[in-house]
Every structure is written in C-alpha cells, then in structure tokens.
Design a protein around this ligand. Structure first.
Ligand code: 5GP
Length: 203
C-alpha cells in the first residue's frame, strides 16, 4: 500500500531555533527538507542548493508566472518560495516533507492543502528570543529590530496552527522529539486513514 508523505509546515520567529530542530528531524530517512528559493543574499556559511536556491528577482517572478511556487511571500524585502515540482515528487515518494516557512506562506499552504500539518515553534518567551538574536551576532541592529517587529505578525497567527511547540534553551533535542511524537500521532489519526477497515479485511 503506497502512502503519500505528510506535508509539514514548521514556522517560528527568528531565534526560535527551527533550523537546528529541523536539522535533527531530517537526520531521519523519513523526512526531507524542502529547499526554498529566495532572492536574499546568502549568509556566511550558507550553500546554494542546500540552505536555499539563491535566484534573482526576475527569475523568481518568472517562476511565479510559470506556477512553479507551491506558495511564496515577500518577507523583509525579499521573495521566498517553495518549489512545487520538487515538493510533489517527495510527497509522492512517501516521505514527509518539511517546509520551514513563515506565516503568510503557511496560511497559503493551509488553504491549498487542508491536510497539511502546521506546527509553530516558539522560543520560551519574547525576552528569550531577543537575547538569542543579539547573541547570534550575525545581523545588524537594524535587521534584528526588523525581525523582532516581524515577530508580532507571526506569533498572533499561532491559533491557526495545529500544534505549538516550545524550544527551551539547550533543549532542541527534546523539541525535535515533540515534533516526532506529533508526526507519529498524526500518521495514525483515523481521519488520515479513512480506508483502515477496508484494508484490514482486504489484506
Ligand atoms: P531567513 O532569511 O532568516 O532564512 O528566512 C526568513 C523567513 O522566511 C523565515 O521565517 C523562514 O522560515 C521564511 N522562509 C524561508 N523559506 C521560505 C519559503 O519558501 N516560503 C515562505 N513563505 N517563507 C520562507
């Protein structure tokens, strides 16, 4: 019996640690990370095709026109989007696809794919988030302020998500385990297995 993978959206404000947590999940063979396209410049250490596909503004708009973005948004002055063809290929293969995207894109996914699983990852508090961002030291004060400001628009959308998971300091392993537990439960949900009885007698 071939089964489609789960489409999993993980959103969280800057400093929520979603990159670290998702990296732990994709160590498992059942998860694949969706590499987004973006028009923002790579940060030090980021690799094209691994962290993002770094493309120009014109190329991004061309792909929108071609319908090759499963969702996309403009965030802090840059385009970000999920390449559709690749996403569909992964889901068909039966693997779970993780989309690490912001709230606007998440709401588009929720509308287009009602069976997507939406998870919001949060730092323990706004105060801790601010400390994390300043401690990271990779961004200018202006960028940090911009990201903190953006947080307000993001966290208010928490009720639209299926689950809220907290990432406490030094506990990203536990956080990944929480997400794994959610995924396990969702895979077994009766609503996601409408043919359970038929299959039971047929096999
Ligand atoms: P960053 O510039 O810090 O890598 O990402 C900024 C924000 O854009 C983050 O919240 C990140 O999750 C989000 N993001 C990354 N890729 C995508 C995407 O493909 N679509 C959308 N909607 N958001 C994305």
């Amino acid at each position: 019996m071939s089964k489609k993978g789960l489409l999993i959206v993980v959103s969280g404000p800057a400093g929520s640690g979603k990159g670290t947590v998702n990296a732990k999940l994709i160590e498992r063979d059942e998860f694949v990370y969706s590499v987004s396209a973006t028009t923002r410049a790579p940060r030090p250490g980021e690799v094209d095709g691994v962290n993002y596909y770094y493309i120009t503004h014109d190329e991004f708009e061309r792909r929108i026109t071609l319908g090759d973005m499963l969702e996309y948004t403009s965030y802090c002055g840059n385009y970000y989007g999920t390449p559709k063809t690749e996403a569909e290929r992964v889901l068909k293969s039966g693997k779970n696809l993780i989309l690490e995207i912001e709230v606007d894109g998440a709401m588009q996914v929720k509308k287009k794919y009602p069976d997507a699983l939406l998870i919001m990852l949060l730092p323990p508090s706004y105060k801790v988030q601010e400390e994390r961002l300043r401690g990271r030291g990779t961004e200018t004060e202006e960028k940090i302020r911009e990201r903190l400001e953006q947080t307000k628009n993001e966290v208010v959308k928490a009720p639209e998500y299926d689950y809220i998971v907290y990432n406490y300091d030094g506990e990203s392993e536990k956080c990944a385990e929480d997400i794994l537990a959610i995924v396990r439960a969702e895979q077994l949900a009766s609503a996601r297995n409408p043919k359970a009885a038929i299959n039971y007698f047929a096999n």
